[in-house]
Design a protein around this ligand. Structure first.
Ligand code: G3P
Ligand code: MG
Length: 349
């Protein structure tokens, strides 16, 4: 803790302005592999803290509130990560809280994502477990066991009633039961005005749907990348196409590589730099000097390239052996995050 506090103390004690460049780090495949820190990741962050170089974490991961996630990351990485230097897949949804009355939030085990949405300010948050609790024939193959039954599942809320029209559908994280979530999402997309149990003939009366993470795959401890929320979205799109006789699902997708997420992240990073290093607030960083370090060419590198950041691809996650990504070549390719940080510092200094 003293080492951690000492590092934090560096930021406020020194009179020097911070350097005019900064870093955005992807998490899965760059800093962590599942729950395991990637070798030299901590060393890279400590080097930045010591040299007073601002950085943020920018992940397509999610499922818990930012405050809980940074506590977890700080313990895993052995360095204090502040909520103000952290953006995850659904963080930008905070700005939509007042827009809808009743929302369906999918992802994780339900209860956790409900709490995240409520802490963002969403009023009536329904999760798939509530609908199964209301009528388990909605998806008879579900393995939900509610509180007090043999397999503990987060307790649903007993308030769901079909009269409660759903105004918007959000996918915050990868659902634990794709059957339950896809059935309920299609029920609503094909419904009259978001009312569970109704059926629209025109298929264009359902609520809007927002996905928070486009990743088809991501890297954890398993030697081959795993399906991400993007794979779940393909299932929803395919079911919608089949059920509507060929109509394409209209949806909003945020998360890397999308512009909304990168614009949001650069604002967060610039604000964090101002608050923690005392430079005048409001001045956005020069994006060409924001080093985006990622392992997935489809999200991290494509997003950095298309949004003006300096892309650095590392070989510790989804991307492995080739010289560079053919589809979305990074400006620089490094072995790991420490090499990426050392490269950028040398380039800048
Ligand atoms: O669900 C997490 C996965 O999609 C990728 O996360 O940290 O590599 O953007 P990250
Ligand atoms: Mg990654």
């Amino acid at each position: 803790a003293s080492r951690l506090l000492g590092l934090r103390g560096l930021k406020t004690s020194s009179r020097l302005d911070p350097v005019p460049y900064a870093f955005a780090f992807d998490i899965d495949g760059v800093l962590l592999k599942g729950s395991d820190p990637i070798p030299r990741a901590r060393e890279a962050l400590i080097l930045l803290e010591t040299k007073r170089i601002p950085y943020m974490l920018l992940t397509n991961g999610g499922g818990t509130h930012e405050s809980d996630r940074v506590r977890y990351l700080s313990s895993k990485l052995g360095i204090e990560i502040d909520e103000r230097q952290f953006v995850q897949s659904h963080t930008p949804f905070k700005e939509m809280a007042g827009k809808f009355e009743n929302v369906l939030v999918c992802g994780g085990q339900g209860e956790t994502c409900r709490k995240v949405a409520e802490r963002y300010g969403f009023k009536n948050v329904v999760v798939p477990g509530d609908i199964i609790k209301w009528n388990s024939s909605v998806w008879p193959w579900h393995n939900f066991r509610f509180e007090g039954e043999d397999r503990e599942w987060p307790k649903p809320k007993d308030f769901f009633a079909p009269e409660q029209k759903i105004d918007a559908i959000f996918v915050y994280h990868d659902p634990r039961d794709w059957g339950v979530d896809s059935q309920i999402i299609l029920d609503l997309l094909l419904s009259k005005g978001g009312q569970q149990g109704t059926w629209s003939k025109t298929f264009d009366e359902g609520p809007p749907i927002y996905f928070s993470n486009p990743d088809l795959i991501w890297a954890n401890q398993y030697p081959i990348p795993r399906f991400g929320q993007g794979a779940f979205r393909l299932l929803i799109e395919a079911l919608y196409r089949e059920m509507t006789g060929g109509k394409e699902l209209k949806s909003t997708i945020i998360g890397k590589p999308h512009k909304l997420t990168y614009d949001y992240a650069v604002r967060v990073l610039s604000k964090w730099r101002a608050e923690s290093y005392g430079v005048q607030a409001g001045k956005e960083l020069d994006r060409s000097r924001v080093y985006m370090v990622g392992d997935n060419p489809e999200s991290d590198i494509r997003g950095a390239n298309e949004n003006g950041l300096y892309s650095i691809l590392v070989r510790t996650g989804v991307f492995r052996d080739a010289v560079n990504s053919e589809k979305y070549p990074a400006k620089t390719v490094c072995a790991d995050v420490l090499e990426a940080v050392e490269f950028a510092i040398e380039r800048e200094e």
